[in-house]
Design a protein around this ligand. Structure first.
Ligand code: EPU
Length: 339
């Protein structure tokens, strides 16, 4: 267990916000997580993974527990698939690369998503037509209340669009220590239906894409429009794409031409938040040291010295403008820490 009493979190959050933590702890194993919980009952720690989906508004006095449990282990194998158990502190994209290099299929569309493996189930990460839930088997967790171990099966996680039970009724109740995935060994399912990916396959004249091809194309698409957090602070999409009902969608289409949308069900339609924000004139807008990315309106960036509060205030201006113009309430995808 490592402990720091005064440390800047600048290198621990991809927004690059420079706030001070006065109780910073790193757990390198499941055992260390359990012993931390038992020693610090009722401390309501902030659990930190890769720090790529979190906005600290102020300095943090509360305990922070960074999860650094490592390891990728094959625990079962048949002719068709492997079952892999992965430490929550592994970097997500390292896992994807490991899978591609071993020709294990399932994670390729999720290439280059920032963050750690343990955070992935919490918000059911997704990109280019695939979500974490499509390859997830179960996860091992530790109760924040009493340090006991519990395994959550797929059906118990209540996965939905960018959410799970760990973001809803069990928010801040469990720490994920290991995630188990089921990956294909042959006859991989190739998911190429997401429009920009389909287009990239055609442009590159690939007739039978492999999982490696898909991974490379996803990396190309992402790098062309999403800013690299190592170069410019950001947490990817700041808001979720709102889901509206068909009647409101019809009204929107009467007002605006060519509204992009994804049909969710007979009654529900998902609208890209980026489009709504762009329509409000907020694409590539700079406000002090924060702003929206010039290639993608849904990405709020830190040009260098923005404080967490400044980034938050800017995000609320966007949210209020979208609400006034479209009567649609955007919901933050990034985890806002209000301490
Ligand atoms: N669009 C605009 N203006 C922009 C950018 C996009 O109008 O500046 C419109 C376009 O019509 C475009 C549509 O929005 O077709 C969708 O854009 P994009 O394909 O970039 O996807 P997204 O809906 O904005 C979601 C995820 C991303 C994920 C991509 C690809 C959410 C909140 N975001 O973005 O995830 O990479 O799809 O699958 O669901 C993340 O969660 O941090 C993230 C980056």
């Amino acid at each position: 267990m490592q402990k720091e009493n005064k440390i800047s979190l600048k290198n621990y959050n991809s927004f690059g916000v420079d706030v001070i933590s006065s109780n910073f702890n790193i757990a390198n194993s499941e055992k260390e997580i359990i012993s931390f919980i038992k020693k610090n009952p009722f401390s309501k720690p902030i659990i930190l993974g890769g720090g790529t989906n979190i906005l600290f508004k102020n300095n943090i006095d509360r305990n922070i527990l960074k999860i650094q449990v490592k390891g990728i282990e094959l625990i079962n194998e048949t002719e068709d698939y492997v079952i892999v158990s992965v430490g929550a502190g592994e970097v997500w994209n390292d896992l994807v690369n490991w899978a591609i290099n071993n020709n294990y299929g399932g994670l390729e569309n999720l290439s280059l998503i920032p963050g750690n493996v343990g955070s992935a189930p919490i918000q059911n990460i997704g990109a280019y037509g695939v979500e974490l839930k499509d390859n997830f088997e179960n996860c091992r967790t530790i109760s924040i209340e009493n340090g006991s171990l519990k395994i959550f099966k797929h059906s118990e996680c209540k996965f939905s669009y960018r959410s799970s039970i760990f973001k809803e009724e069990l928010k801040n109740k469990y720490i994920i220590s290991y995630v188990t995935f089921k990956l294909s060994k042959k006859n991989h399912t190739i998911n190429s239906s997401y429009e920009p990916l389909k287009q990239a396959i055609i442009n590159n004249k690939i007739s039978n894409p492999t999982i490696k091809n898909i991974s490379e194309l996803v990396c190309e698409i992402r790098s062309s429009k999403l800013p690299d957090p190592k170069l410019i602070g950001n947490c990817g999409s700041f808001f979720k794409n709102p889901i509206i009902n068909k009647i409101d969608f019809k009204k929107l289409c009467e007002r605006e031409k060519d509204v992009p949308f994804y049909k969710i069900s007979e009654k529900k339609i998902k609208i890209p938040a980026a489009w709504l924000i762009e329509k409000c004139g907020y694409k590539g807008i700079r406000d002090g040291d924060t702003g929206t990315h010039d290639k993608h309106a849904l990405i709020i960036v830190n040009y260098g010295k923005a404080s967490g509060n400044e980034i938050f205030e800017f995000s609320q201006k966007i949210k209020n403008t979208v609400l006034r113009k479209f009567n649609i309430l955007l919901e933050e995808e990034v985890n806002i820490i209000n301490d």
